[in-house]
Design a binder for this molecule. Sequence first.
Ligand SMILES: NC(=O)c1ccc[n+]([C@@H]2O[C@H](COP(=O)([O-])OP(=O)(O)OC[C@H]3O[C@@H](n4cnc5c(N)ncnc54)[C@H](O)[C@@H]3O)[C@@H](O)[C@H]2O)c1
Ligand SMILES: [Zn+2]
Ligand SMILES: [Zn+2]
Length: 344
Amino acid sequence: MRQVVLKAPRELEFREVPAPRAADLKEHEILLQVKRIGICGSEIHSYHGTHPATFYPVVQGHEYAGTVVAVGTAVESIRPGDKITARPQLVCGTCNPCRRGQYNVCEHLRVQAFQADGAAQDYFVVSDDRAVRLPDDLPLDYGAMIEPSAVGAHATTRPRELEGRNVVVSGAGTIGNLIAQFAKARGARKVVITDVSDARLAIARECGIEHTLNVARTPLKEALPELFGEEGFQVGFEAAGVEVSVRSLMECIEKGGDVIIVGVHAKDPAISMFYLGEHELNLIGSMMYRHEDYLTAVDMVSKGRIHLQPLVSNRFPLEQYDEAYRYIDAHRETSMKVLVDLEA
Ligand SMILES: NC(=O)c1ccc[n+]([C@@H]2O[C@H](COP(=O)([O-])OP(=O)(O)OC[C@H]3O[C@@H](n4cnc5c(N)ncnc54)[C@H](O)[C@@H]3O)[C@@H](O)[C@H]2O)c1
Ligand SMILES: [Zn+2]
Ligand SMILES: [Zn+2]
């Protein structure tokens, strides 16, 4: 079978390797024929050698979907022929976070495509506790986009309260977009998404997020009265990963509000301890997802409550994995989700 390995920064190798065999499956394992892979920003960092926790060489691909070829003897709910996706999280199961069910922050977490091999190959073995069955009529493209959707599903469980609250999402990349869509779907009152790119805000509107603000033209603080009147906003999601974004959320949010940090800050931002302390703000982290977030994402996407089509920018066959990376580099602002189609 074909396999795509990132040997070192900017060095992709296309290998021909033996496929895993159905006869070798352990009882809780599933053999998957991989059909779609989504490329995400973190892998672009691995590609450029700027991801601090990528162990090379590594097989690419952590957002994937495909069809089941065979299952181990103890697999119950998934059958050959089913469409599935799976969480790319390998956890220890025994550390304190794992034991209290917070395995998304396992002390020994390994994420496929970064610290363990990923799915950029024709066949892949996953364990049944990480697999989620997709409805038959759900396009495989969307199956590969359940992973970023689950990031949005999880982040929107992090505020102490979301329903009926006004929300600002800072950053309208794939992640901010999906957080804003989930915030709306979960009953937030008014959801405003901000970015410095009109192109990304236009995509947000295509996804049904009506209220957009270009903070390069009008800073959040200036726009607040018009956006929320006397009400202000109570929940902020930081999904840009830049200092000015977290600072402005902390400065503008109602006292006592919740700021959820989703963006990965390459450089630690200088934030105001004054606002944090005197305004009794809650800074809350959000890390990937847990299984229930995958289930929520599949449910909401298949019901059409989360719109993924406007996020698909382009697709490439497996042989053109490096073209896909180059395309993303050359279209930073306009490309959102680039898919690799193993059937092409
Ligand atoms: N916590 C998690 O589990 C998790 C999971 C996936 C990604 N992430 C992180 O989330 C962040 C967003 O991911 P993405 O794939 O959407 O990235 P992205 O780079 O596509 O999106 C970031 C967006 O922020 C915008 N931006 C820049 N400056 C801004 C500002 N001052 N105000 C508002 N917007 C601004 C950019 O124009 C861009 O559209 C990244 O930092 C990523 O590493 C976190
Ligand atoms: Zn991803
Ligand atoms: Zn653990």
